[in-house]
Ligand binder design. Sequence first.
Ligand code: NAP
Length: 284
Amino acid sequence: MNIDGKTKLVGILGDPVSHSLSPRMQNAAFAAAGLNFCYVPLSVSHKELPAAIEGLRAMRFRGANVTIPHKVAAAKLLDCLDESAARTGAVNTIVSSGGGLTGHNTDGAGFISALTEATKLDFRRAPAVIFGAGGAARSVAVALAEKGVPRIAIINRTMEKASDLKALLMLEFPQVEAFAIGFKEDCADLIFSSKLLINATSLGMDGDLKRFPMAVDKLTEDHIVCDLVYRGAKETPLLAAAREKGATSMGGLAMLLHQGAASFKLWTGAEPPIEIMRSALESK
Ligand code: NAP
């Protein structure tokens, strides 16, 4: 990497951010595409987020990714939002152009691309349970509703956020049956009668399934279990439990790849070198 006066900067705003594999993946992609770009991790607390976004502007960053826990808050701090960000109320990609910062959301499309690559799922016959109601859960829920899933149950620790997401689904997708459920409620039957089970909380990052409020014993080999959390080459505890039950599983790296490829295209206008990005992730 030759950093010089013309290098365009891109970063990832998050807390924590040190675990992120995006710098590795995006810098490999910029190098392979011969682009003078550099991608840096930026550890930013909740309180510092407005200043950090102003900093992107002041330092002429080409853009940024936004990750846990800032996706919803960032949407309120930008000059405008594209349709994907406006619909979900969450931003994972910022692009600077013409002096303004625009928020985009590539998480939902990245999740669908990853799932389509990994399975032959008929979305119209796939009721879903989503754990979480943060930025990633909102994107995944909207993307699944757009694909025609018949039912989405949102299970979250903070009931208010689950109810907000349910309200969004009911407003935008009245044909989808939507539920909001608290973490301590019994959701075993909903899990049993669903096809897709998605973890969009940050639980499992530490490798501990014990706090996971789900009836893992309701999983069968007909389920598809997706964990948005990734732990490098290590399996998350949810995916380990799914494998033991014979369920199909998809880890977070597949979604990371596809959402990152879409962000790359937004910043550079170039086609993302997908296989280089995949190798960068898999070699970690
Ligand atoms: P977020 O907006 O901060 O939402 C975090 C979610 O996790 C909320 O639903 C929160 O519940 C829940 N949560 C956090 N700590 C918890 C705890 N101790 N007990 C119960 N629930 C807890 O974050 P996000 O951006 O949606 O990201 C969520 C996860 O998805 C992160 O691990 C992130 O790395 C991962 N992700 C992966 C990809 C990928 O490409 N693989 C893309 C996006 C996100 P409350 O509402 O109750 O706080």
